[in-house]
Design a protein around this ligand. Sequence first.
Ligand code: SAT
Ligand code: MN
Length: 584
Amino acid sequence: MSVTSAVERWLDEAAELTRPAKVLWCDGSPAEYDRLADEMLRDGTLLALNPRTYPGCYLHRSHPSDVARTEQLTFICTWAREDAGPTNNWMPPADGKVRAGAFLRSSMRGRTMYVIPYLMGPAGSPMSRTGVMVTDSAYVVASMHLMTRVGPVAFRHMRSDDDFVAGLHSLGDLSPERRLILHFPEEQLIWSVGSGYGGNALLGKKCHALRIASWRARQEGWLAEHMLIIGVEDPAGRVTYLAAAMPSASGKTNLSMVVSTLPGWRAWTLGDDIAWMWIDAQGQLRAINPERGFFGVAPNTSPRTNRNATEMVHANTIFTNVALTPSGEPWWEGLTPEPPAGLVDWQGQPWRPGGGPAAHPNSRFTVPVAQCPSVAPNWEDPQGVPISGLIFGSRRSAVIPLVFEAFDWRHGVFLGSAMSTETTAAITGTVGLVRRDPMAMLPFCGYNMADYFAHWLTTGPRIATPPRIFRVNWFRRDADGRFLWPGYGENMRVLRWMVERIRGSADAVETPIGWVPTPAALDTSGLDLGPAQLAAALRCDRGEWLAALRDLDAFYAGFGPRLPASIAETLAETRRRLRDSARR
Ligand code: SAT
Ligand code: MN
């Protein structure tokens, strides 16, 4: 490996602070992965699962207070507070280093510091970026093996001595009181201490590929987004690529590998969480998935909800905080209709029905993308795939119709900026609260979101044919609390409508909020779904919308004069259209 002097300096600094007993370079090889797994089996960090039905699979149980992202302990440490913006926690960089430095000082004493050079993005892609992270957690190293491209390939993508994102991670004492996840975008630097949880500790993922990358993307004119990438193939074999932003634990992984219920239509998986998108020389928007693994939510994953995921996690998978059956197999709520007898819960205790969930609601599987049965043959194409449509989806039991299309790019950016969602177990805190989550990036945007909206607004006009922008909500309910739309494989019907809109062949009606499918344009053949229910799923309720828009004013006001005028204007236009529609 050719290690630059800037990398060496960074490693010296990290070792100086954390004082490890030894330093071990990772090469990303299968032998290294097996060695780490053996060590973790010996010290109890991992349990081997049934080698016959789950070969190469392990169970990891985390500290019970370390099971999700902790947003209140996540900070953007820019020099100027306004550059982090009102939606991020902020700390001056020097303060961050003093506070986290106290937890990191000698935190690796007696432990090994693993050095992980990793690449985000396919080998050979002009978009791929290098990171060098250190950690004292073997579980993090093994997970990085699955989630990123570890090893010498990372150094081959550096364009200069210091062209890498530096990441320092230490488990510390795992106490939330001594936990901090800090981002220094101006220094391309991440410090994370006190957590071994994926979103806090696998620094290539949210910290690098979203928070630091989004900052970089704005400077360089591209987009780093919390989006899955999918190819939708029609009966003639034509594939249309879409990227979709959805909040954590809201069905993104399921949609990325959806099994179609429509004859002749199928979906190809390219990524389930992050998309890096840029405009090529022809003016086409293209996307790569910077990751090489899935870190998916286990509960409710089943042959019915996600057949591909259920199949792909039968080998070479690390499960975290799932339950264990007496035959050494993983189990989680929803995997089978009835829990098997003799379960051990996610904390290793005998489980009794009625005694709370057996698997933690945010329990996860970590598995290579290549194992997905629906993986696209071109998923690692260094040039990415052309994107024709963008989807913003959230979890709302009311207000938001199943699907509608923005009038144009500017309107679509407004719809993304106005998104709100019901919170899930992927973050520490109350589940089910409605909160704003613009573009599903609220927890992941590494800079002021007003500037982020502005960046989106200027990106569209640079694209020769800007992607159509769609808004979806699989989670709308009727008065009795029942879901109006069956979801899962049936979502292909909605994807089909989008593809046909992109091609100019599907019908829609103009409403104050955008283009909504005519009932006949959405293929519902074979579904047990009457016209009244479909109408309810697609309905734009003027009163509900006007009420929902009310609280947007306060949200936008928080950005002050930095909010692009176009966002406020589009909000005003939307109100006007809603009010006018009452008079007609
Ligand atoms: O929890 S993670 O941030 O690792 C994954 C997610 O929430 O999207
Ligand atoms: Mn995510």
